[in-house]
Design a protein around this ligand. Sequence first.
Ligand code: MG
Length: 258
Amino acid sequence: MTEARIITMKTAVDFDKMAIAGAAVAAVHQGVRNAAHPGVTTAELDRVAADVLKQHGCRPSFLGYHGFPATICTSPNNSIVHGIPGKYRLAEGDVLSVDAGAIYEGWHADAAFTMAIGKISGKARELIEVTEAALWDGLVHARAGNRLGDIGHAIESRALPLHYGVVREYIGHGIGRQMHEAPNVPNYGNPGSGLKLKIGMALAIEPMFNLGTEETRLLDDGWTVVTSDGAISAHFEHTVAVTEEGPLVLTLPEPELL
Ligand code: MG
């Protein structure tokens, strides 16, 4: 999930507990991937996610967050983020973004991915692949001594040659005891600028790239963010810890050091 506002300042972070929450999020991703086929509703995917979190001893970060009514966000096609699972039935050719957050003993992890439902266009496939590559470009910069602008610059550098819209109104965030903490983590920036990263920080890095404009629009449900031109969008996110050894990606089945 994304947030532009700063909610709390960070305290000492328990990466071990966040990794347990992160493994639960990774399991949700796998469960939803396995279940997401043409004809399945996004509400059914939400039930899969809720079951997986329960099996992992975690609670959902999103359910009840400012009144959000579901366990995951499901954002098909021109939806960028924060889509509410419901009656929407997946169809061949859809591009579906899924965002999930988990809480384990008070510690959060947050991650998102985008997938093809059946056969999709070459342009859509490329958008998905490039957005995921941009996420990993950002993650490797989550090192002590680097700055937030290094992360943002690495991410947008993937999008600019392809003339993708880089969403600016929704961005990544610090994470820990709250899902959304300081600092804001934009998907754009100048190398060497912005807050200096320190050991002990945890960030949710989450590029959102569009096949058209970067401009967004909020639907009447108060949650779903769509592209203002109707073009499709992709979103990838991991939670990463800044450690002495380097960036430690927490939202995988096992934490992975980059
Ligand atoms: Mg997030």
